[in-house]
Write a protein that binds this ligand. Structure first.
Ligand SMILES: C[S@@+](CC[C@H](N)C(=O)[O-])C[C@H]1O[C@@H](n2cnc3c(N)ncnc32)[C@H](O)[C@@H]1O
Length: 203
């Protein structure tokens, strides 16, 4: 299925296969923030990592906004293939790796993004949200991400992590436990939940 995103004079066109996460409100919320953050503000990241890239949407956007070295990972092989095709379609250079979170990653990044599976599962949940339940437990995606994050952040690097009012993870507490500081920097009310974007830095 096709997905279009416009920013400034530019447009991103994605082809998203059935077994890959189709960008939704959460993706667009994060994308809109990135457009503002990376084009109008002072952050000039040289190395960016997009964890759980799905269709490659946020990684492609980051490359077009900054020209930085962008690495994108996903645990879903189909997503990595889809992101690779979308990168070529949008004339972007991305380093794409099939990886469980940071497993296949070496080195540190100025900016790390993660739009994780953050919703409790429901009968309508898509197949690619199948890991959602895990995100809510200690052994799930969000806690495991926070556990390894500081090893992949430069000294003044930041991570942007999306969650929602339906994500019963105490982000501040969990971050502190991992020598990180989390604060909400943007919110968006939807009918059924509130999206929250966390900025996470090393303590
Ligand atoms: C909510 S989607 C976000 C996709 C894309 N970043 C976006 O904003 O449209 C979450 C993505 O994380 C991936 N994912 C889930 N668990 C993962 C893990 N342990 N390691 C890497 N990727 C993971 C899923 O395959 C899915 O593509």
């Amino acid at each position: 299925m096709r997905f279009y995103y416009h920013f400034g004079e530019q447009q991103i066109v994605l082809e998203v296969s059935d077994d890959v996460y189709y960008p939704r409100e959460d993706s667009v919320f994060m994308a809109d923030f990135l457009v503002d953050f990376l084009s109008k503000r002072r952050m000039k990241p040289k190395r960016i990592l997009d964890v759980g890239t799905g269709s490659g949407f946020l990684a492609i956007l980051c490359f077009l906004l900054t020209g930085a070295k962008v690495t994108a990972v996903d645990i879903n092989r189909k997503a990595v293939e889809c992101a690779r095709k979308n990168a070529a379609r949008n004339r972007c250079r991305l380093i794409l790796i099939e990886s469980d979170l940071f497993e296949g990653i070496r080195g540190k990044y100025d900016l790390v993004l993660f739009n994780p599976p953050y919703l409790p599962p429901s009968p309508e949940s898509d197949k690619h949200l199948g890991t959602a339940k895990k995100a809510l437990t200690e052994s799930g995606e969000i806690p495991r991400f926070l556990l390894k994050l500081s090893g992949h952040l430069t000294s003044d690097g930041i991570a942007l992590l999306l969650a929602s009012s339906l994500t019963p993870v105490d982000m501040e507490k969990l971050s502190q436990r991992n020598k990180l500081k989390a604060m909400v920097i943007q919110t968006k009310k939807l009918d059924w939940e509130e999206l929250m974007l966390y900025k996470i830095t090393s303590l």
